[in-house]
Design a protein around this ligand. Structure first.
Ligand code: ADP
Ligand code: MG
Length: 422
């Protein structure tokens, strides 16, 4: 995939209407609907501010959560949850939609920008089209949740065309959604000149750069819970990296594949052969594959379980691996010492429990002073680095969980592929 895409700086946006796809999929308090973390709104500000300063009229859009775009799909979903379909009314459905309105985002965005944000009552309906037509340079409006339209997730060309007809240019800055081919993330680019905003530009430059032409040695650190969710990442990085470090829950499927005993550790028996294949592939390619020599184990999966350090190949039957041990920490810190680039996806242990966070913390610490380009991908990894206080010590923390994984898998990202090449 070509990562060298035109950005907002490569086109003239003055006096133009710009349809800007953002990632405003913010976490909300279940009871009150209040936004609990506005990081994603803040992340969009540089591109928005630039467009407004250039004299563009900005028509922002985003999805939020997973609304049911039709009454039928609402009834079906509720029935799956055990509700009586006959008792459900259109009112119930509309109430469920209201909870996923972008109106609170418009309000927060307005506070952050220090100017009004005009909220549309629909996506491509009469209110949105009238407000878009009247929008002046330097003004910003926000369309309603794009997933209120049933054509959004189906990438319906009719919806894409309607969205595009409100604007002159399409700017995508929703890195968190580029792995989805939806009407607002990819479809609209069929009808408008399409470029990236600053968020996507940075992701492409840094992650794309590390995958296409890394400063070597390239060390990939892979952890998290399951091998099965990281197959593509392991496979692709084995083609690129000089060293691969394994930690987290996926460790134990590898250990088992090597003939070790893993006790009650997370084990995906269906993936044993795959792990064997990957061990062989690493050998064939001359990639150093490091597994933790020791593990911090516990008898149960709980925050107050008693941590015990054991040899990873010999975990007692009544124990499970919860974190990498001190020998592994020393070996992994040594492995990244002279790295040119480190790509890290997946925590080394159950970092949510303080007793099992040492491995993840030690790896973050090692990265913070290794002098390499350090890239963090994956939702939980980003959260771990933030929570442990190392966020500002890394070169780049990807803003897209699923998107960054697919990026590292070497997959084509529809929301990037649709942008104009430089
Ligand atoms: P990311 O979102 O960064 O891609 P994952 O979703 O793959 O990461 O994995 C994160 C989760 O893996 C964390 O919630 C963490 O508790 C869990 N995890 C890490 N190590 C283990 C382990 N040894 N056993 C079970 N779960 C683990
Ligand atoms: Mg995750």
């Amino acid at each position: 995939m070509n990562y060298n895409k035109k950005t907002v700086k490569d086109i003239d946006v003055a006096g133009k209407k710009v349809l800007l796809r953002c990632d405003f999929n913010v976490p909300q308090d279940k009871a009150t609907g209040a936004i609990t973390d506005d990081k994603r709104i803040r992340a969009a500000l540089p591109t928005i501010q630039y467009l407004l300063d250039q004299g563009a009229a900005v028509i922002a859009c985003s999805h939020l959560g997973k609304p049911n775009a039709t009454f039928d799909s609402f009834v079906k979903k509720q029935a799956e949850k055990g509700k009586d379909p006959a008792a459900l009314t259109e009112e119930d459905w509309k109430k469920s939609l209201k909870k996923l309105s972008l109106a609170p985002v418009a309000q927060r965005l307005s506070e952050l920008l220090g100017k009004p944000v005009i909220m549309a009552a629909d996506v491509v309906g009469p209110d949105a089209t009238a407000k878009a037509a009247a929008l002046q340079p330097g003004q910003i409006m926000l369309l309603e949740n794009t997933r209120f339209e049933k054509g959004e997730t189906k990438n319906d060309p009719e919806l894409a065309k309607k969205m595009a007809s409100m604007a002159d240019v399409y700017v995508s800055d929703a890195f968190g959604a580029v792995h989805r081919a939806h009407a607002s993330t990819a479809g609209v680019a069929d009808y408008l000149p399409a470029v990236s905003g600053f968020l996507i530009q940075k992701e492409l430059e840094i992650i794309g750069g590390a995958l296409a032409d890394p400063k070597r040695p390239l060390v990939a650190i892979l952890g998290g819970s399951k091998v099965s969710s990281k197959i593509g990442v392991i496979n692709n990085l084995l083609n690129i990296a000089d060293t691969i470090i394994i930690g987290g829950g996926m460790t134990y499927t590898f250990i088992k594949a090597m003939g070790g005993s893993v006790g009650k550790s997370l084990l995906e028996a269906d993936w044993l052969d795959y792990c064997k294949e990957m061990i062989q592939k690493a050998k064939d390619k001359g990639v150093k594959l490091l597994l933790p020599e020791d593990s911090v184990c516990a008898k149960e999966f709980s925050a107050d379980a008693q941590p015990v350090t054991v040899d990873s190949m010999n975990i007692p039957d009544d124990m499970m691996g919860m974190d990498i041990g001190p020998k592994a920490i020393a070996a992994y810190a040594d492995a990244v010492k002279d790295a040119g680039t480190v790509i890290w996806n997946g925590p080394m242990g159950v970092f949510e429990f303080p007793a099992f966070a040492a491995g993840t913390k030690a790896v973050a610490e090692a990265l913070s002073h290794c002098g390499a380009i350090t890239i963090i991908g994956g939702g939980d990894s980003a959260a771990a680095v933030q929570q442990l206080g190392y966020a500002d010590k890394m070169t780049h923390i990807s803003t897209g969980g699923g998107a960054s994984l697919e990026f590292m898998e070497g997959k084509e990202l529809p929301g990037v592929a649709c942008l104009l090449d430089k």
